[in-house]
Design a protein around this ligand. Structure first.
Ligand SMILES: Cc1cc2nc3c(=O)[nH]c(=O)nc-3n(C[C@H](O)[C@H](O)[C@H](O)COP(=O)(O)O)c2cc1C
Length: 186
C-alpha cells in the first residue's frame, strides 16, 4: 500500500543539526522529483521514551507514530552524524526496534555527516550493511558530507550533485515500484 510519502529520518541527538538539514534537503528533493509528500523526523522527535524502550510497544504514542510512519513510507532518506567512526548509538537503537521485515524492498537513500573526511566510508561500511540486513533497496549513491562540504549551512556543489544522483536513483526505484503495483493489480 502506498502512502505517497517520502520520510527522512536523521540520527542527530541535538539541534540545530547539520545532519537533519542535510536529510531535509535530500528528502525534499526526492519528494519534489517523485511528486509525493514528505516528512522529516530525527531522534530528538522520538523523545524520552526511546532510551528505555526495549520494543516499539514501550514507546509513547508520538514515538510509536513516528516509527510507524517510517515503516509505511514509500521511500526513506536516512542520515546519521558520524560518532566514533560509525552511526550514532541512539540512531541504531531506533533501528533495533524495527522488525527484520519492516523495510524489505523499500527504496532508501543513505547519508551521513562528519567533522572531517577520515570517516567518509561510514555510509558504505556501517550504514549500507545495516540496511542490507533489512533487505531494503538502497540506492548505489550514498552521500557523506564533512565539515568542508557545509560552509555557513550551505552544501557544496559536489555534495549537491551527489545528492541529485542519489535522488535520481531513488526516483527510478519509486517508478518501478508503482508499475509493479499496477501490474499486480491487473
Ligand atoms: C560524540 C561525537 C563523536 C564524533 N565522532 C566523529 C568521528 O568519529 N568522525 C568524524 O568525522 N566526526 C565525528 N564527530 C563530529 C560529528 O560527526 C559532526 O560534527 C556531525 O556533522 C554532527 O552532526 P549534527 O550537527 O547533526 O549533530 C563526532 C561528534 C561527536 C559529538
Amino acid at each position: 500500500m502506498s502512502n505517497n510519502l517520502i520520510v527522512g529520518f536523521s540520527g542527530n541527538i541535538s539541534r540545530p543539526s547539520s545532519t537533519r538539514r542535510f536529510v531535509e534537503h535530500v528528502t525534499e528533493s526526492l519528494a519534489h522529483r517523485a511528486g509525493l509528500q514528505h516528512k522529516v523526523f530525527d531522534v530528538e522527535d522520538l523523545g524520552a521514551s526511546l532510551a528505555t524502550a526495549r520494543s516499539v510497544a514501550d514507546l509513547d504514542g508520538q514515538a510509536r507514530g513516528i516509527v510507524q510512519t517510517i515503516i509505511e513510507a514509500d521511500a526513506l532518506v536516512i542520515g546519521s552524524p558520524t560518532y566514533k567512526g560509525s552511526y550514532a548509538g541512539l540512531f541504531k537503537h531506533v533501528i533495533d526496534l524495527l522488525d527484520p521485515a519492516d523495510l524489505r524492498g523499500k527504496p532508501v537513500i543513505l547519508t551521513a555527516t562528519g567533522g572531517g573526511d577520515r570517516h567518509s566510508l561510514v555510509v558504505e561500511h556501517q550504514l549500507r550493511p545495516l540496511f542490507a540486513f533489512f533487505e531494503a533497496f538502497v540506492v548505489p549513491t550514498a552521500i557523506y558530507a564533512s565539515g568542508r562540504d557545509r560552509i555557513d549551512g550551505r552544501l557544496s556543489p559536489a555534495i549537491l550533485s551527489r545528492a541529485d544522483q542519489a535522488v535520481a536513483e531513488a526516483a527510478l526505484l519509486l517508478d518501478s515500484r508503482q508499475s509493479t503495483t499496477a501490474i499486480a493489480a491487473e
